[in-house]
Design a protein. Sequence first.
Length: 325
Amino acid sequence: MKKTLAIFAGLTLCSTMASAQVQRPVNVKEIVELELLTHTEVSEKIHKEGKTSVLLVTGGTEERGPHAVLGGHTIMARHRAIEIAKRLGNALVAPTMPIAVAATGLRENTDQPGAIQMPPDVFKGVQAAMIESMAMNGFKDIFVMGDHGGGQPQIKEAAEEQDKKLSAKGVRVYYIGDFYQKTHDDVDLYMYEHKLPIAGHGAMMETSEMLYEEPVPGLYIRPIYKTVAFDPTGQTPEQWKAARDARIARQTAAAAGGGAAAQPAGGRGQRGPDPNAPPRVNNGITGDPRPATKEIGKVVFEIGVNNTIAEIKKQMAERRGGTQN
């Protein structure tokens, strides 16, 4: 009888604790996502709390193998943006746009469903409309970025054009390229230094980060990532390092000469088909996701967050004449 009562008491205590956790009052001051705030709360955050910066982030919906969900770009972009806004202290996050340009699974004309994409001109127009909306909402510093390679030029163009248009009203618009390119480069270097698979779509970088971000196991990354088939083509670590060093040398030379270094278009971390390689497995993966872990995902996440914060502060200092805390 005593044993039964003890078990009952334990179950009651667990139930009470779980109920208390579920019913914990929402602290609006901790919320940085616009979509989870009322219009009066947003107004208070802007006008009373000084949160006059906003992050406009684009994700994407595309295949990335049978182990990773289609919304990977959106999931990663949203998680990073929320953390960036919290660390900046004076920023909010607009709803993450889940559609970009040239989605994997459509651009290859495969019959694997799920991807969504926009034409570049339409995508650019949507970026401009979102920027204008944020300006009308009262934000003074609008930071625009994307987690998907497709659409980066259009994001940059929209940001620059809107900055010229809105600067007379005291609104500045910034393209934050380090959210994507520098973060990918730095993650690849981390993989190289730790003798892990480099780059690849749906591979180590993305799989690890989503493992770290998922609230429950299997929600973003299915357990089959440990055994999934993948496209074996791609750069060896030595080829990647040589290409990276050559690109840095070109950028350094261009900067010294006052010009702009040419950037390779797409295909990050990949090369042409190897005639000696096994047949290509066209399932959205280029690179090996199997060694991915939550621990590596935390490193990837922090690289992306820190790179973005550093560029935001740098650009703010250049345009506003001060630093962002």
